[in-house]
Write a protein that binds this ligand. Structure first.
Ligand code: PXL
Length: 271
């Protein structure tokens, strides 16, 4: 048996051709945390150059399985995250492999939409994800919109409602919920809620005035995954991930007039 010195993380996620979100964001984040990243690609997202309309191309199911065989049967992981899954069949494959290989350190980012795009996952698919994959998660990381949908509370505008949503989502089975309000709540600060079934922790930081936050959700959940892969407690991994994300958003930048990704190397550069 070979014992890896470098923590290993897998992302089961979509590819974002523009490089800011999806598995590209995950890999960049893993690298910043000195974690060895591996990918099983679920869908490929491309953007039209003129309007930046998102087009989503699912990968053949047998190819997704082959990638997961490579990684889970052929290598092994210290933590795994899921991002954009796209269809019920892909979600089913993800859940099957998590169970088959007894992946304990699973972070589920219940991706429903891309910024600037229409729904890419239909509500039935999200319901399916909440039944099959969420109960297997150590951490679930819904954003405001996903939290409203998964909890059944609808549009959320206040911290109190976000806490309520975190509690409802926790009841669906994940051990910990990090519900991300970010700068979108009726609140003076950017705020996320951590809930592990015992306590709420309100995570606050100054608001950052930028539209360039493409891939922030992917990167945040990847950073949590990396921390857990490296052996941190969930709580430490979340705190650390949030600090990383705040720095990366502070120096995010426009790629073109439509999209601005985070600066994944920001924290490294200012250290
Ligand atoms: O940020 C959500 C997201 C997740 N995964 C992929 C994406 C996007 C948004 O663009 O392209 C592959």
């Amino acid at each position: 048996m070979i014992t890896a010195k470098i923590p290993r993380a897998l992302t089961l996620a979509g590819s974002d051709a523009s490089g800011g979100a999806g598995l590209e964001a995950d890999l960049k984040t893993f690298q910043e945390f000195c974690v060895y990243g591996m990918t099983a690609v679920t869908v490929i997202v491309a953007q039209t150059p003129g309007e930046w309309a998102h087009e989503v191309f699912p990968v053949e199911l047998s190819v997704i399985e082959k990638q997961l065989d490579t990684i889970l049967a052929g290598i092994g992981v210290d933590a795994m995250k899921t991002g954009m899954l796209g269809t019920n069949e892909i979600i089913e494959i993800g859940a099957h492999y998590v169970k088959k290989y007894a992946v304990e350190n699973l972070v589920v980012d219940p991706v429903m939409v891309c910024k600037g795009a229409d729904d890419v996952m239909n509500p039935d698919t999200v319901r399916y994800l909440s039944k099959t994959l969420l109960p297997l998660a150590k951490v679930a990381t819904p954003n405001l919109y996903e939290a409203g949908f998964l909890s059944g509370l609808g549009a959320i505008t206040t911290l109190e409602r976000l806490k309520e949503a975190a509690k409802c989502i926790h009841a669906l089975g994940p051990e910990t919920v990090v519900a991300k309000g970010g700068a979108k709540l009726d609140h003076p600060l950017a705020v996320d809620v951590f809930y592990d079934g015992r306590e709420f922790i309100v995570l606050e930081s100054e608001r950052i005035d930028t539209n360039w936050t493409h891939g922030a959700g992917c990167s945040y959940s990847a950073a949590i995954t990396a921390g857990i892969a490296a052996g941190e407690s969930v709580r430490d991994a979340v705190f650390n991930a949030r600090e990383f994300i705040v720095a990366a958003i502070k120096s995010s930048f426009p790629l073109n007039k439509f999209a601005g990704p985070l600066d994944h190397a920001a924290r490294r550069r200012i250290k």
